[in-house]
Design a protein around this ligand. Sequence first.
Ligand SMILES: [Fe+2]
Length: 153
Amino acid sequence: MQNNLLTHLNRLLASHSVHYQQLRNFHWNVKGPMFFQLHDKFEELYTAAADQVDALAERIVALGGRPASTLAEHLGLSDLVEVGGVPSAEDMVGHLANQGKQLAHDLRAAVEVAERSGDRNSANLLDGMADAHDSNLWMLRAFLQEAPTPQPA
Ligand SMILES: [Fe+2]
């Protein structure tokens, strides 16, 4: 069971690493009338994502595992599709909302695995991260003028 959790944690680490780099990409490349707001918002989000990457990696170490530590490993393990090119500002926000929704979903799946193995510490960590993604999600959807409840991507 613990190995199963480590597999989930490493995949989450990889996905958050891809999400982090996605946010930096968009922070650097966003253009248009919303530049100042989005440039700053993406920086705030990638700073939070860096902390999440670190927390996941260190939880893996604490459980006796080895965190996936190279970018090649992260791209190979990640469930997230990295968006290339330079989308419009609105599409950037849409991509980030989709990624946040998937990360929250994957985190909650891992919470169940942690709870089944009696690992409250991991469950609490992952639950808090899922809540943080949900908090960002309603703001991203408000920007896109979408309904606040999760919609199919
Ligand atoms: Fe910057």
